[in-house]
Write a protein that binds this ligand. Structure first.
Ligand code: SF4
Length: 308
């Protein structure tokens, strides 16, 4: 069946300079709002409206007095991204192109998954790492997303698809390398893990070693996936330039040190590219490379995008 494209919603002009209320923790929100709100419990009401109801605007928080809504609206915005386009496939998967306040566009996907949903979200608008199999890498560097822009993708999909807070998985496998935007990814995770268990969240990385060392120190860690895609430095370096900075021996040593809770495994993503990394010898080298790690391998068909 031909996939159905749904017309985009209206896009507002990108000139709003008010600070974003998304991306603030409960404590930071209460502190930010303190000079404006009339009573402390208002901060809790506003936080709930932002995250449980995914309101697009302070004016929608009708439990607040009108005069307070107007005061808040003058000073703050709710940074939910605009839906530039959405593409719904026959299997229920919905691909979003979101437009951010400065006009940058990012992708996110809602994937139905045996009674649950998995949202695949972006951490950067663009990516400087130039992996040979990746369209985002082909188009090049952009900018880091703010914590609000990361949280905003989750809220915007939930609101658009009218989905409850429960039953969600999250994967950071959209545009960008999350470990190159770790402070904002961490701030977003601190908010999102209030209602999505870290066990239901996966951060996927090419293996940025300082970022892995930082994540190893977090108290509540999401699952970790490694974009591996080749079993040796020579072939990995050809398709993933980052391998020249962080070669496999150093990456594997870091992963062996990485603290894994009981029952958890590392996931290794491996895109099969004919004639590059898909021989029996590659499979053998892969199994030797990963021996000693609690790991599973996710084999992925290569993206047939014509720009690559
Ligand atoms: S790090 Fe991820 S987003 Fe960046 S080029 Fe590689 S695969 Fe693409």
């Amino acid at each position: 069946m031909t996939p159905k494209t749904i017309p985009s919603t209206e896009i507002r002009p990108a000139v709003d300079a008010r600070p974003d209320l998304l991306g603030l923790s409960r404590e930071a929100l209460a502190e930010t709002l303190a000079p404006v709100i009339d009573r402390p419990f208002r901060a809790k009401q506003i936080y709930q409206a932002l995250h449980e109801r995914a309101v697009r605007d302070v004016s929608e928080i009708t439990e607040l007095p009108r005069e307070l809504r107007e005061r808040l609206d003058e000073r703050f915005r709710v940074g939910l991204p605009d839906v530039a386009s959405r593409h719904l496939s026959a299997d229920g998967t919905c691909k979003y192109l979101f437009r951010l306040r400065d006009g940058a566009t990012i992708e996110a996907v809602d994937i139905p998954d045996r009674g649950r949903r998995t949202f695949c979200i972006s951490s950067q608008a663009g990516c400087a790492l130039a992996c040979a199999f990746c369209v985002t890498g082909y188009w090049g560097a952009g900018r880091n997303l703010t914590a609000g822009e990361i949280v905003g993708q989750v809220l915007a999909i939930r609101a658009d698809r009218d989905l409850p807070m429960e039953g969600l998985n999250l994967v950071f496998m959209g545009m960008g390398e999350p470990l190159l935007n770790l402070p904002n990814v961490k701030a977003a995770l601190d908010i999102l893990t209030e209602w999505i268990s870290p066990h239901r969240i996966t951060v996927s990385t090419v293996g940025i070693l300082p970022g892995l060392a930082e994540m190893a120190r977090w108290e509540r860690r999401p699952n970790l996936a490694i974009s591996l895609h080749a079993p040796d430095d020579e072939s990995r370096g050809r398709i993933m330039p980052i391998n020249r900075t962080y070669p496999l021996a150093e990456l594997m040593a870091a992963l062996k040190r990485y603290p894994l809770e009981k029952g958890r495994k590392l996931t290794f993503e491996y895109i099969l590219i004919r004639g590059v990394n898909d021989s029996l010898r590659d499979a053998d080298r892969l199994s030797r490379l990963l021996s000693g790690l609690r790991a599973k391998v996710n084999l992925i068909p290569v993206n047939p995008d014509p720009v690559l």
